[in-house]
Design a binder for this molecule. Structure first.
Ligand code: HDE
Length: 794
């Protein structure tokens, strides 16, 4: 039996015994200076561990009350820094391995500055930092000889290249991102303890990614599709991701159906067609068997699905979330982003043509606006309501196919978001950014929306494949500004070099750190649960059509026409008539008028209405909501960043060109001088005009408005150019603002614009320029489109 040392009479042990990494003496050393650093460290470790004779929190881990107020974890002040270090040698440093970790610091997170790279004045190197002497030739045995296997420079370069691509996102693969900030208007502490809403004027950095859903990474921007609107807030209490869309509802009610929905909308599996389009059999087959999608289909077939710009679309959190205040009180909340530029869209024919003329249309618009200082801005609004209010609604707020109409719960503005910096590198930032619906911060919590539940799981899981392992949170764009400390370790591509030897909690060998934060941390809202474990849906989820009708009935005539046209187009692409009939039979439950119009457009009989899932339809609180029309939000920025073409050709009235150009630019419009070719155009008088775009590289669909200045010779030349005619025709058909000199009458007629049409809104034909004519043009341009001009299809 081992002999124990009586207390107070520690036996002497050799100092080297305390330096061993494998077994040691029975008692802690005294740790005097002359025994050396290893012994001092062992003494400090012993002292630190002894300071925690037991786990003081064990008693506080049981019972409901304790669950609501978790204790802060136990920790002790280490007697020396060596006590918690991985190594004594950390005091040695060089330029590469640097100094020891500063107390409490994890340098793998934080600002992007530490990873920005700039080659100015630098020679080319390998990934090992070895300078490359020749980047043109591989290493060969003689000038005409075989390439050598030992050419590590070539092999490194090619190997890296071979692995440059990562899997694209399974949905939302095509996207564009930008940096910016969120500014809080007023403290929201009565509703939430979230720190970003704590003070008026508080700034929180953000990264935003807009996306289409169905198309692949290289697909066109102007597909008819939902747009993702994902915002990562780098708050001082951790990252909050509000991963929303530009439509406030979704197709399905339960996460169980998401893979089915996505399989149905993606290119069909046998021939991988069509790309970035919902206009095909499998999509309409699925949604017509899922009548809860009717409301979302109205949004998806509306002009919202072809936004003019990311900067001109709303964003929505979709689900009902919770705000939780410092007293632990919860309020339901819906999130809305409203764009300062107003909500504006393309028309379908235009979207189709843009996808050929500029597949990067929305991406380019965002990039150019930010580069030119026209920073996109949105106001964040919330709809806050109590659980009792929600219970009285005719619909269920946990059902993501329903909105809470603004007439029922008004919007409360809480802050604004400004995007003021483009990424330095698309891949490192926009492609590698990983949003996650589960990323919430204290003060924001989930509800039991069954769609949200699946999302809480899905986003981290998908990044493990896409970004190659569990450490994607350490990629600079994903790393929070708030410090990260936990005991998760290892995995592919680990960046953080964790100091110390304890990677578990509780511990006494790391001074107890990192310790649990207790009520300073995220405490889940203690929602009571009294229920059976079942697979099923609440009764209210069975009502599928009231809000589809609400949306359709709240649109202007032009918007309704576009919805009918979109259904007609999409369903005309369906090859199985039975599927078409099913969709129209479903539409009858939302709007007889719409169903009849679509049926007529498809040359088919009106089928029986689809049987409803709910025998008795509850009366909706709101039957028309003007806020649901795009026209409800015109924006307050005038003509800022609108694209205007000034058509120029030899003989153009140079003074008119410059007068209009300067006046429009002063008001923030983007003016392009579009000629038959780029380069010099000789005006009637004055110096040559340098056309910066051509009728060939910038067709009419890319502009919000056009000016055809005077000059009979120029007008004649343009009238003879089929591209100029097409330019004007598209501008006219897409309801855009046109201002032409009387000299251009022949061009107008050839473009199908008759003398009567000149009286229509948004068309100005004037004998000469002048400020009045310009003012008319500007105010019409600010109006965006003149749908009153649309001619119903024959
Ligand atoms: Fe997503 N969604 N989603 N989604 N989602 C993804 O995550 C998922 C849903 C949304 O710019 C994926 O990183 C499930 C609703 C956006 O990077 C994936 C369900 C809303 C983005 C995923 C939904 C969204 C995604 C694919 C149903 C609006 C792009 C790549 C339960 C509120 C974010 C990725 C970005 C991306 C899963 C439904 C918005 C697979 C399982 C509803 C904006 O995790």
């Amino acid at each position: 039996m081992a002999k124990s040392t009586p207390p107070g009479q520690a036996a002497q042990a050799a100092a080297t015994g305390f330096n061993s990494t494998d077994s040691g003496p029975a008692n802690d050393p005294a740790g005097g200076k002359k025994e050396g650093e290893g012994v001092a460290k062992a003494a400090a470790v012993g002292k630190m561990a002894a300071a925690m004779p037991h786990n003081p929190n064990k008693q506080a881990e049981h019972g409901r009350d304790k669950a609501l107020t978790p204790p802060e974890g136990a920790s002790v002040q280490p007697p020396s820094r060596d006590a918690t270090g991985s190594t004594l040698a950390e005091k040695n440093h060089t330029e590469k391995y640097g100094k020891p970790a500063a107390p409490g610091v994890n340098a793998a997170g934080g600002s992007l500055e530490r990873v920005r790279a700039d080659p100015e004045g630098q020679p080319l190197t390998t990934n090992q930092g070895v300078r490359v002497s020749d980047n043109q030739n591989s290493l060969k045995a003689g000038l005409r000889g075989a390439a050598l296997l030992k050419d590590f420079v070539l092999r490194e370069k090619i190997t890296h290249f071979d692995h440059e691509r990562i899997p694209e996102r399974v949905v939302h693969a095509r996207g564009s991102g930008a940096h910016g900030y969120f500014e809080c208007y007023e403290p929201l502490s009565s509703l939430t303890q979230a720190s970003l809403f704590a003070e008026a004027g508080k700034i929180t950095p953000v990264f935003v990614r807009f996306s289409t859903v169905a198309g692949e990474r290289g697909s066109k921007d102007t597909a008819r599709d939902v747009r993702g609107f994902a915002v990562k807030f780098y708050t001082d209490e951790g990252n909050w991701d509000l991963v929303g869309n530009n439509m406030p509802v979704f197709f399905i009610q339960d996460a169980m159906k998401f893979p089915d929905l996505v399989h149905a909308v993606k290119p069909e599996p046998h021939h991988a067609m069509p790309q970035a389009a919902s206009a095909h059999d499998t999509y309409w087959d699925f949604v017509s068997l899922m009548p809860e999608s009717t409301h979302m289909l109205m949004w998806q077939m509306s002009d919202r699905a072809i936004p003019r710009s990311f900067r001109m679309m709303q964003g929505f959190g979709v689900h009902t979330f919770r705000f939780v205040n410092a007293q632990g009180e919860s309020t339901f909340v819906k999130f809305h982003w409203n764009p300062k530029l107003g909500t504006h869209s393309l028309v379908w024919d235009e979207a189709v043509k843009i996808s050929g003329a500029d597949p990067d249309y929305n991406r380019r618009d965002l990039w150019e606006a930010i580069e030119s200082g026209a920073y996109p801005e949105w106001e964040l609004c919330v709809q806050a309501f109590t659980e009792e209010q929600a219970e009285a609604f005719s619909f269920d707020v946990l059902d993501a196919t329903k909105i809470v109409p603004e007439e029922l719960v008004p919007l409360q503005p809480v802050g604004r978001m400004v995007l003021n910096r483009n990424p330095d590198n698309f891949f490192a930032e926009t492609e590698q950014v990983a949003f996650c619906a589960a990323h919430v911060v204290p003060g924001i919590d989930f509800t039991n929306d069954p769609l949200l539940a699946g999302r809480i799981h899905s986003y981290v899981d998908t990044q493990i494949t896409r970004l190659g392992g569990p450490n994607f949170h350490e990629l600079p764009i994903n790393a929070p500004l708030a410090p990260v400390q936990n005991n998760q370790r290892d995995g592919m591509h680990r960046q953080a070099i964790h100091r110390g030897r304890s990677s578990y909690e509780p511990n006494s060998l790391g001074g107890g750190c990192p310790h649990q934060a207790g009520t300073q941390g995220f405490v889940s809202f203690p929602e009571p649960i009294h229920a059976d474990e079942v697979r099923g849906k609440p009764e209210k989820f069975a009502e599928h059509y009231n809000q589809a009708a609400l949306f359709y009935n709240s649109q202007t005539e032009a918007e309704q026409r576009h919805i009918a046209a979109a259904f007609r187009f999409e369903l005309s692409k369906v090859t199985v008539p039975a599927v078409r009939r099913r969709v129209v039979s479903m539409l009858r439950n939302a709007s007889e008028e719409l169903a009849a119009e679509v049926a007529q457009g498809l040359g088919m009989e009106l089928p029986e209405a689809m049987p409803r899932a709910l025998a008795k339809t509850p009366k909706p609180e709101v039957e028309v909501s003007p806020a649901l029309s795009l026209t409800a939000r015109q924006g307050d920025a005038g003509i800022q960043s609108r694209q205007v073409a000034v058509l120029v050709a030899d003989g153009v009235d140079g003074a008119a060109v410059w007068d209009a150009t300067h006046a429009l630019q002063e008001q923030g419009a983007v003016v392009r001088l579009v000629g038959p070719h780029i380069g010099a155009v000789t005006p009637r008088e004055g110096p040559a005009i340098d056309a910066d775009a051509s009728l060939e590289n910038h067709p009419g669909v890319l502009f919000d408005g056009v000016i055809v200045p005077g000059g009979p010779d120029a007008a004649k030349r343009l009238a003879a150019d089929p591209k100029a005619r097409e330019f004007l025709t598209d501008q006219f058909l897409h309801s855009k603002t046109i201002w032409a000199s009387r000299d251009a009458e022949a061009l107008l007629r050839q473009a199908g614009i008759t003398a009567q049409d000149e009286e229509l809104p948004g068309i100005f034909v004037t004998a000469k320029g002048g400020s009045k004519a310009l003012q008319n043009f500007v105010s019409a341009l600010g109006h965006h489109r003149h749908f009153e001009r649309e001619r119903p299809a024959a």
